[in-house]
Design a protein around this ligand. Structure first.
Ligand code: BGC
Length: 740
């Protein structure tokens, strides 16, 4: 096509977009002009489903509700929608919402496990499948992705996060948004996504859910906000407030966050919904005297919709009448809500065509399995025990997670069905039942069990087998919302179970299925091989068995640091250097009795844990090996408007084909503020055949080097930098360049 034709086409497209935008805004104006104040406030009210109860149907008829969550019976959904469209005065459709977090029926790995794949295309496909399944029963709005960065594995919701890093979370969050929303939000199989929880929720003190946070603005902007901005740039349809207060101000009443940043700086014109009763909870926070006060604070802080808080529906009308809230403010909120309804195409196509044939489609199950494979991390593989080879004739399948259909689904699976889960035990029987002697002996019935009664039998099973596959971890109920732990070691008698099995002298492969990183240093030392699987979803079993027997090669990398001990938390790769970086580490058992105070060198480490994690961010082994060349730079200096190409060759030096996650890190050597010792700035997951070499290149631009400085502007400061291309956050050879 000629250049001029392309230009004309592009201009036509732009014109078309702005026309349809104008059209939507005109339709919103028209509706608003017809709405009573009561009807406007009704749109701002979100209720949980109560079927076809009279309370609910009356509310809909009289226009007192704008959205319903947790209604998943499609016939009920359509009937409620019919009442809204045909029997309410203005016929405004409802939006039906649900927490579709890592799958609707076909459950994918928990988000932390999906992030461990570092495969954004796969993550996007997972969200697309979730959207196809969920929209088939009428859910057009999901409360996902959760893009809260967190560095605290005690926090139960770490399971729902993409880990500790703002960049990785941004990429994964944006991929989920694209997957949920598809190419066209108005298409009936697309679902509006929701970037939550805005903001800082992952910084809850002591990893205790809903707890207070203290976040300096610089850290807020540098660490916690970028994934939200990335979700916005990906076109996310909605945002949700977080429960926590930041520096004393709960998010649902936080004008700085919601007005200054979200609306004014980022120009967000979508819907901001509160979290469940989070407006009401400003009373418990102790910042509002009563529900009316809470309604006023939330409305002033630009929160458009009140999820199950009953503050808006009960008090906004009197607040407008008394002049404490202007009707203009209400109109703004209603505009945002209606805009989302228009964007979802609900005015044109309010009803759902029931189609449950999309549940558990073969391709969806295959993708879920692929996600579970790529989201599993090989942490240790002594003597190349894995993959198991033909010499293995008998296998003991042990551990509370070896056959726990419900637990392998993980947290937040309202609609997942354990009876559709394929467990590791089932999978090994299905695939190798006729070839291998499989002795299954759980040892412990569930992860917290402290009774050691079953251990003896599992030891007997181990003695009769060539290898032990020990599936340990956490039940699903030990992670997720409000499921935080202060001790994140293996619960119950699982560690004891491992020690007893180890005594048999049989090689032990430890497979950890958990909602968070666990402190398993002792267990890792004991095991011969370790796979960290998180909660892998419906297809966790077949995925793990393929990995164990080598039908699949591990390629997952840690999206979060694994600490040695809970007392190291927060421990994350991108920390600051300190004035006395750790050196000459002398651990507690090596301190001579009576040693003088200054004999330990006075550097930054813990006497009992040293200064390193058990496994760093970005870490993960493969069954093959990759050799990285020293990165080369296209030039050694850059200036504004310029870029540098950083390039590296990666050779698969092993005998198997495999995928590798190639990671790009940068360090600003001297800044006006202390800078992290490394920051992830890019990554690529590539497939390399055995013996083959592939080149990977990244483009570095000055804007990637920018950071928030003391005067709250974001700038890249001239000076020297180091760049790495490496296979985790601790290895690699740095190369220097300068920003002029
Ligand atoms: C959670 C949200 C969730 C909402 C609706 C709240 O308790 O914090 O993440 O979307 O409930 O279920």
């Amino acid at each position: 096509m000629k250049k001029t034709n392309v230009l004309i086409l592009f201009s036509l497209l732009l014109w078309g977009c702005s026309q349809s935008k104008n059209n939507v805004e005109a339709r919103i104006d028209d509706l608003l002009s017809k709405m009573t104040l009561k009807e406007k406030i009704g749109q701002m009210n979100q209720l949980t489903g109560t079927g076809l109860s009279t309370d609910m149907t009356d509310c809909i008829r009289s226009g007192e509700v704008g959205s319903i969550l947790n209604e998943v019976d499609v016939k009920t959904v359509n009937e409620l929608q019919r009442i809204a469209v045909e029997e309410s005065r203005l016929g405004i459709p409802l939006i039906f919402a649900r927490d579709v977090i890592h799958g609707y029926k076909t459950i994918f790995p928990i988000p932390l496990g999906q992030a461990a794949s570092w495969n954004k295309e796969l993550v996007e496909e997972g969200a697309r499948i979730a959207a196809k399944e969920a929209t088939s029963v009428g859910i057009r709005w999901t409360f996902a992705p959760m893009v809260d960065v967190t560095r605290d594995p005690r926090w139960g919701r770490i399971a729902e996060s993409c880990g500790e890093d703002p960049y990785l979370t941004s990429v994964m969050g944006a991929a989920m948004v694209k997957g949920f929303q598809g190419n066209d939000l108005s298409e009936p199989r697309s679902m509006g996504a929701c970037a939550k929880h805005f903001a800082g929720y992952g910084a809850a003190e002591s990893g205790k859910d809903y707890n207070t946070t203290w976040i300096p603005e610089i850290q807020l902007r540098e660490t916690f906000l970028p994934p939200f901005k990335a979700a916005l740039d990906a076109g996310v349809a909605s945002f949700m407030c977080s429960f926590n207060d930041i520096n004393g101000v709960p998010s649902s009443g936080n004008e700085f966050l919601n007005k200054q940043i979200l609306r004014n700086e980022w120009k967000y014109d979508g819907l901001l919904v509160s979290d469940w009763a989070s407006i009401q909870q400003m009373i418990s926070h102790g910042v509002c005297s009563d529900l009316k006060d809470a309604a006023k604070k939330a409305a002033n802080a630009c929160v458009d919709m009140d999820m199950m808080g009953f503050a808006y529906i009960s008090h906004l009308e009197e607040l407008v009448k008394s002049g404490e809230i202007s009707e203009k403010q209400i109109d703004e909120a209603v505009r945002n809500i209606l805009r989302m309804k228009f964007r979802l195409g609900l005015f044109d196509q309010p009803y759902t065509k029931e189609d449950t044939t999309v549940f558990y489609a073969t391709e969806s199950l295959e993708k879920a399995k692929q996600a579970a494979i790529e989201g599993t991390i090989l942490l240790k593989n002594d003597n190349n025990l894995l993959p198991l080879n033909d010499k293995i004739k008998s296998v003991a399948v042990i551990g509370p997670l070896s056959d726990a259909p419900s637990d392998q689904l993980g947290t937040w699976v309202f609609d997942g069905e354990p009876e559709r889960s394929i467990t590791p035990l089932q999978a090994i029987k299905d695939t190798y039942g006729s070839k291998l002697k499989i002795i299954a002996e759980k040892g412990l019935n569930y992860s917290r069990e402290i009774s050691e009664d079953g251990i003896k039998k599992s030891v007997e099973a181990a003695k009769k087998s060539d290898v032990v596959l020990l599936f340990v971890g956490e039940e699903a109920i030990l992670s997720g919302e409000a499921h935080c732990r202060a001790d994140i070691s293996l619960p119950g008698a699982q560690s004891k179970l491992l020690s007893e099995l180890k005594k048999t002298g049989k090689p032990v492969v430890l497979i950890v299925m958990a909602g968070r990183p666990l402190t398993i240093e002792k267990e890792v030392n004991q095991a011969d091989g370790v796979l960290y699987a998180f909660h892998g979803g419906t297809m966790a079993g077949p995925a793990l068995i393929d990995l164990i027997f080598g039908k699949a090669v591990p390629s997952g990398k840690l999206p979060i640091t694994i600490p040695r001990m809970v007392g190291q938390i927060p421990i994350y790769y991108s920390h600051k250097m300190t004035g006395r970086p750790a050196e000459n580490i002398c651990l507690i058992d090596n301190i001579p009795v009576g040693a003088p105070q200054t004999s330990l060198g006075n550097t930054s480490f813990h006497l009992d844990a040293g200064d390193s994690p058990l496994f760093p961010f970005g870490y993960g082994l493969s069954y093959t090996t990759f050799e990285y060349s020293k990165p080369t730079l296209s030039k050694n200096t850059i200036s504004e408007g310029d870029s540098i190409i950083v390039e590296c060759s990666i050779k698969n030096t092993g005998k198997l084909d495999g995928k590798e996650v190639v990671q790009l890190y940068v360090r600003d050597l001297v800044g006006s503020l202390a800078r992290p010792i490394r920051e992830l700035k890019g990554f690529e997951k590539i497939f390399i055949k055995a013996g083959e070499t592939k080149k990977v290149s990244f483009t570095l631009k000055p804007k990637y080097l920018a950071f928030w400085i003391a005067d709250m502007t974001k700038k890249a400061e001239p000076g020297k930098f180091e760049v790495w291309i490496s296979n985790d956050s601790q290895t690699g050879v740095p190369v220097k360049f300068e920003l002029k």
